[in-house]
Design a protein around this ligand. Structure first.
Ligand SMILES: O=C(O)CCC(=O)C(=O)O
Ligand SMILES: [Fe+2]
Length: 367
């Protein structure tokens, strides 16, 4: 049977121009190059994190400051074995290099909880992201469905298991620091998650024929508590602090993890810590890969500030569950996408009416 054209982005990347479904409206297109780096995001060494001494206190201060300013920082000396990270990225690359058919054996678009997907996008959203993804639901362990974990390359499953457990440890250490920075007991944020969830998402951004017209991943904040992102040395992660008016490209640092805070952390800190607004841009020179590990609360966890200053007010009216918060976030995004689509259609319609009127006027003049 003949195949109906390219199925994955890796195949579409070979075409000369960008398929229409990836072309963003002008106001969403990137205005800053993937490799125009900024060093504004703090780079923090975690050495001394386990010492009960001044070093930990100092670290706590620096991390809290970064979370107040940006909601993003990078960490080195984090204790994760670099060989493990290199194995993880090498095997992931080998997976994305497989023929379409092999990758699509793990297609998760039918609602499967984990696997491979091309440019996932929201219901009702017209424009798609320029990325391919493999998602692993890694914690709680009893929720793992190994049949959805790619079986090629062969070693990838075992490496992902080790990677996920080591990142769970690092995530919890950082949550300990953040809890202390909030003036709470070390376990406060971990406990607030009830039974912590973890999801590992491997993002692959093939080189793109017209990168200025599209995004690898559109602007968003992560919904959960904390995300640990490993990116290769290409560059493409961008952050904004002013609602998207200006952006910076995060400088890739060899062996570092980018840590960013999500909505749950923002609410639990009563708005003190930023839920970092970020996106990924792509380029026409080279493929890019990043591995995002999301540490999230369980759906039943309560979203409400853990501490409110003496004269402060809670930034949310009443406690809701994380599951409900997530549902509302998705519903809002879908609503925005719908409104945007409607506005675009109306604008097009107005343009047609104006053109017809101009045409009549001009015809009238020449008669
Ligand atoms: O690839 C990147 O740099 C960003 C990935 C990201 O933000 C995500 O997966 O949520
Ligand atoms: Fe993200």
């Amino acid at each position: 049977m003949a195949r109906a054209g390219p199925l994955t982005l890796t195949s579409l990347a070979l075409e000369k121009s960008l398929h229409e479904k990836f072309i963003r409206d002008e106001d969403e297109r990137p205005n800053l190059a993937y490799d125009q780096f900024s060093s504004q995001i703090p780079l923090i060494s975690l050495s001394g994190i386990d010492d009960e001494c001044n070093k930990r206190k100092e670290l706590c201060k620096r991390i809290a400051q970064a979370c107040e300013d940006w909601g993003i920082f990078q960490v080195i000396d984090h204790g994760i074995d670099l060989k493990l990270v290199n194995d993880m990225t090498r095997l992931a690359r080998e997976f994305f290099d497989l023929p379409d058919e092999e990758k699509l054996r793990f297609d998760m678009s039918g609602g499967r909880k984990g696997g491979f997907i091309v440019s996932s996008h929201l219901q009702g959203e017209v424009v798609q992201d320029w990325r391919e993804i493999v998602t692993y639901f890694t914690y709680p362990i009893k929720g793992r469905d190994y049949s959805l974990w790619p079986d090629k390359p062969e070693a990838w499953r075992a490496v992902t298991e080790t990677y996920s457990s080591q990142l769970m440890c690092l995530g919890c250490k950082l949550l300990g620091i953040l809890s202390e920075a909030m003036g709470l007991e070390r376990e406060a944020l971990t406990k607030a998650c009830l039974n912590m969830d973890q999801k590992v998402v491997v993002n692959f951004y093939p080189k793109c024929p017209q990168p200025n017209l599209t995004l690898g991943l559109k602007r968003h904040s992560d919904p959960g508590l904390i995300t640990l992102l490993f990116q290769d040395n290409v560059g493409g992660l961008q952050a904004t602090r002013d609602g998207g008016k200006s952006w910076i490209t995060v400088q890739p640092v060899e062996g570092a993890f980018v840590v960013n805070l999500g909505d749950f952390a923002h609410y639990l800190s009563n708005g003190r810590f930023k839920n970092a607004d970020h996106r990924a841009v792509v380029n026409s020179n080279t493929n890019r890969m990043s591995i995002a590990t999301f540490q999230n609360p369980s759906p039943e966890a309560i979203v409400y500030p853990l501490k409110i200053g003496d004269d402060g007010k809670p930034i949310i009216e009443k406690p809701i569950t994380y599951g409900e918060m997530y549902k509302r976030k998705m519903a809002k995004d879908i609503e925005l996408a719908k409104l945007k689509k409607l506005a675009k259609e109306q604008k097009l319609q107005e343009e047609v009416v104006n053109n017809v009127e101009d045409h009549h006027l001009n015809n009238g003049k020449t008669k």
